[in-house]
Design a protein around this ligand. Sequence first.
Ligand SMILES: Nc1ncnc2c1ncn2[C@@H]1O[C@H](COP(=O)(O)OP(=O)(O)OP(=O)(O)O)[C@@H](O)[C@H]1O
Ligand SMILES: [Mg+2]
Length: 193
Amino acid sequence: MNKEKLRKKILNKRNNISNRFCIVNSNKIFNNFKINIFPSLKKGKIIIYNSFKNEVKTEKIIDFLLNKGFEIYNPCIIDKKIIPCKFFSHKKLSIGPYKIMEPVKKYKLKTMKNVIAVIVPGIVFDKNGNRIGFGKGYFDRFLCKINKNILKIALAYSFQVLKKIPYTKKDVKMDIIITEKEIIYVKKKKKNL
Ligand SMILES: Nc1ncnc2c1ncn2[C@@H]1O[C@H](COP(=O)(O)OP(=O)(O)OP(=O)(O)O)[C@@H](O)[C@H]1O
Ligand SMILES: [Mg+2]
């Protein structure tokens, strides 16, 4: 199946899961993150998406990380590019382009120094870390520029992870994919982990 068909098929599946399925499995994914990934992260800045519709929910991960003293940034679309802006609280978010929540005040991240991880959403993944998103290339363009030591972590329900999916040179691979059932380590032992 080509990228477009796979994107449609899995997105359709995700659009049809129940709210309960989303909550239960997002909680499991949060726990997997907390137990298996978090203990090996060094303190720093983390860029993490605000969940939209049936995407794996990120509120609890954000609150947990804030509580542990991490600085949180959310991807914002500014001039058709992803610019991470500082997250202060869930109450200080408003609807941005593509109906994704963004911090109202745009305190832009000035440098990627001290950024240890980027936690991204997606629609389809494979066991080799390949990712298919909404098809605009926003994350690809953002992730291809960042230092290789910054961990690229994806959150997904297990039905979103297939054995193999098509990809191009422009598709940036994930280092880790966390699902409710497993953690897929594409590359082992990087500097920040
Ligand atoms: N680094 C890049 N520079 C220029 N164009 C790019 C780059 N990365 C991706 N693109 C282009 O963006 C378009 C969408 O890419 P693709 O279908 O891979 O999106 P996606 O990975 O599903 O989306 P997203 O990254 O927003 O989640 C394609 O035409 C692709 O060639
Ligand atoms: Mg892509």
